[in-house]
Design a protein around this ligand. Structure first.
Ligand SMILES: Cc1cc2nc3c(=O)[nH]c(=O)nc-3n(C[C@H](O)[C@H](O)[C@H](O)COP(=O)(O)OP(=O)(O)OC[C@H]3O[C@@H](n4cnc5c(N)ncnc54)[C@H](O)[C@@H]3O)c2cc1C
Length: 354
């Protein structure tokens, strides 16, 4: 919270127009050692994932996404933008991540619309500036930003107490990767991640928290969460991603909740409660496994309608309360490599070992 206030105080100084670019007189000569140049024969340890077509690389495409966001979707920010079946987020993270559009430019344009949609603009600026700065700050100053040791003591102690709790399901990284869990909602999220290279913000939380529930330890959950996020997400390998996974698995920038098995005091999320709030039928039908993928991987063909009572029953107070990070903010402050290719963005990154 203290950091949030500090950031807000700095906005008048930093949320300003960019200065004019000046011509540089001084010429620097670069000395390049030819032996260090990359050639086609060099082998990179990169596993490429499927190219995505909805996001064109480059500054112009980033500005076009910003333009459509301001005109068509900003008005829904903080309401239906939380619904995974609606495409009401800004979708700007790929361009922000690759430095093709700056948060400063986006924020300056959003501020201009405050008279029209005050609350929506404030919510957006809160995510785009405050949460992003808090994530950058965490990764800059915490050497354990991507592992269990980076969590706060209350969270570590609580998760430690529940290490030996019985898990109802334990999946291997491969089962997660191929969307082979018993939960059709989780599988749909994984299918969205793999096919679109970006998961809806709300589903990101659910997706990652379930990995804590269905792996043998929080360490494993962080490892698999980061592996899948960074491999398939076009905006992956980003401070927001490290903090997103750490928030989901070990309560970074969150508070403690009622103690329960496996999760300890970490905030819990259940399919039942998100199915009640949002149109997950549409979401799951959009990201159903294809006939082919079922043959190959054994994807279950269950929809939300087909879920059993038991599967739908497990309710939790904190999950019901969880609207989005917006709620968290009120309480407490928290690769794809982009290779230009015709018609889309190709991604690939060094494989993390899981
Ligand atoms: C498990 C998990 C993994 C995540 N992985 C990533 C990741 O790899 N890369 C990434 O950029 N974000 C990540 N996030 C944070 C957030 O979900 C995304 O920033 C957001 O969904 C990006 O889509 P958007 O630009 O359409 O979002 P919008 O909701 O339109 O937000 C606009 C911008 O605000 C910032 N922002 C929004 N939510 C957050 C947040 N919770 N924390 C920090 N900044 C935020 C981002 O810069 C985002 O582009 C992750 C969250 C979780 C829970």
């Amino acid at each position: 919270m203290a950091l949030r206030l500090k950031i807000l105080k700095q906005l008048p100084k930093f949320l300003t127009e960019f200065p004019e670019v000046c011509k540089q007189d001084k010429k620097e000569e670069l000395e390049i050692d030819p032996a260090l140049l990359w050639t086609e024969n060099d082998q990179l340890d990169i596993e490429y994932v499927k190219e995505i077509t909805w996001a064109e690389p480059g500054e112009a495409a980033g500005f076009e996404m910003l333009r459509t966001y301001l005109l068509e979707r900003l008005q829904y920010y903080g309401t239906s933008s939380y619904d995974p079946s609606k495409k009401h987020q800004s979708f700007l993270s790929p361009w922000i991540h690759f430095g093709q559009i700056s948060t400063q430019r986006i924020a300056l344009e959003v501020v201009k619309l405050k008279n029209l949609w005050k609350e929506q603009c404030e919510r957006f600026l809160n995510e785009a500036i405050i949460r992003k700065e808090i994530s950058d700050n965490f990764c800059l100053y915490n050497p354990n930003y991507d592992n269990f040791e980076g969590a706060e003591q209350w969270a570590k102690s609580s998760l430690d107490l529940h290490r030996t709790d019985k898990r109802n399901f334990i999946y291997t990284p491969e089962q997660f990767e191929k969307a082979l869990t018993h939960d059709p909602i989780w599988n749909s999220a994984q299918i969205q991640l793999v096919t679109e290279g970006k998961l809806h913000g709300y589903m990101r939380m659910y997706w990652c928290k379930k990995m804590l529930e269905w792996t043998e330890s929080p360490e494993k959950a962080i490892e698999i969460g980061l592996y899948l996020n960074d491999k398939y997400s076009i905006d992956g390998s980003d401070p927001n991603g490290f903090v997103g996974v750490m928030w989901s698995v070990c309560g970074v920038h969150d508070q403690g909740f009622k103690e329960r098995p496996v999760f300890g005091k970490i905030r819990f999320m259940v399919d039942y409660s998100i199915s009640k709030k949002y149109d997950l039928k549409t979401y799951c039908s959009r990201y159903r496994p294809t006939a082919n993928s079922e043959e190959k991987t054994g994807f279950e063909k269950k929809t939300v309608d087909e879920l059993s009572e038991n599967e739908l029953k497990d309710q939790s107070k904190e999950s019901d309360k969880l609207k989005d990070h917006e709620e968290i903010n009120k309480k407490k402050p928290a690769k794809r490599n982009n290779t230009k290719k015709e018609g889309g963005v190709q991604s690939g990154r060094k494989k993390r070992k899981v």
